[in-house]
Design a protein around this ligand. Structure first.
Ligand code: PBG
Length: 308
């Protein structure tokens, strides 16, 4: 009766990793119970998520090696893996929301989120590629465009391009406060960018010592037209979620990222913690901190089996 927060399936967004092929699923060594899925199986997964009450999926492609390049041109190929997955799911399961990640690391030869020249990230040139990538994703059926690259000025540029092409109804969910974090390791294995990563991402992702800076990043993205903001990773940054909630009256999402997921799974496997209670405790913490929704690899299991 006096419980202050509740968790429901409607709070959960389920990230899916997509691969080429038919009836194909591949395990991810660092993410127990998570598999990359071919498009046909992703459609089945989308149906299961919809039936469990999950409102949206976040899609991430594992681009074949021969399609990755220094200029990340595959990012705006209208027939790329991501676009084919978006349109297949959209037509088979129209009532689940689709969130498309916009960043170059899933398409670039060097695993960086932006274009690179002589070791330096090219902010403005990257934005041109991101606009083209967002447009092919919107055409393929993405409801929400989610730039995760942390380049400056990309939200305004993408908003303007979407509006000009008749996609006024698509939202932008900005990864506004994204930290340069060691917790993304398993994700990089999942999308195949980790082993190719040259250097680190500290010139554009945030320093974990800062939180005022997060509020500035969020203010800037909202000013540029973001409909909602994301904070990432999640559990180590609950203070940032709470400050954001207290400062801005907008929908806030947190990403319980791959490393957070792995910590729970591997600690549970080792018998150090009880798995299901740990999952529920972590997800409630996000709600308590002020999140409207949580991206979590546990989403389907929680929505289907763990809530009363
Ligand atoms: C970048 C992107 C990353 C994640 C989501 N989008 C990785 C990175 O910035 O290196 C990480 C998500 C996770 O760890 O679960 N496009």
């Amino acid at each position: 009766m006096v419980r202050e927060t509740t968790l429901t399936p409607a709070d959960l967004i389920w990230p899916l990793f997509i691969i080429e092929g038919q009836n194909a699923r591949t395990p991810i060594k660092t993410m127990p119970n998570v598999e990359r899925l071919s498009i046909d199986l992703a459609v089945e997964a989308a149906r299961a998520a919809r039936d469990a009450g999950i409102p949206a999926l976040a899609l991430f492609p594992n681009t074949p090696d021969d399609k990755r390049s220094e200029d990340a041109a595959e990012a705006y190929n209208p027939d790329n893996l991501m676009c084919r997955a978006l349109s297949a799911i959209k037509s088979a399961v129209p009532d689940i929301g689709l969130i498309a990640d916009v960043a170059l690391d899933e398409y670039s030869a060097n695993g960086q989120d932006g274009l690179v020249r002589e070791g330096v990230i090219l902010n403005d040139e990257t934005i041109e590629v991101m606009i083209r990538s967002a447009l092919v994703q919107a055409k393929a059926g993405a409801d929400i465009i989610a730039p995760s690259d942390m380049m400056d000025g990309r939200v305004a540029a993408i908003r303007q391009a979407l509006d000009a092409e008749g996609f006024e109804d698509r939202q932008i969910m900005s990864y506004a406060a994204k930290y340069a974090s060691c917790y993304y390791g398993p994700f990089r294995e999942a999308v195949g960018s980790g082993s190719r990563l040259v250097g680190d991402k500290r010139t554009y992702q945030m320093d974990f010592a800062n939180s005022d800076e997060a509020l500035r990043e969020i203010a800037q993205d909202l000013e540029e037209g973001a409909d909602s903001v994301m904070i990432k990773p999640g559990l180590p940054y609950l203070d940032v979620i709470r400050r954001t909630k207290d400062t801005f009256n907008v929908p806030i999402y947190a990403y319980q990222v791959s490393g957070e997921f792995a910590m729970i799974e591997f600690a549970a496997q080792a018998g150090a913690i009880a798995r299901e209670p740990a999952i529920l405790e972590s997800l409630h913490a996000f709600k308590r901190a002020g999140c409207n929704g949580i991206l979590s690899y546990f989403a389907l299991e929680v929505a289907r089996d763990l809530l009363d």
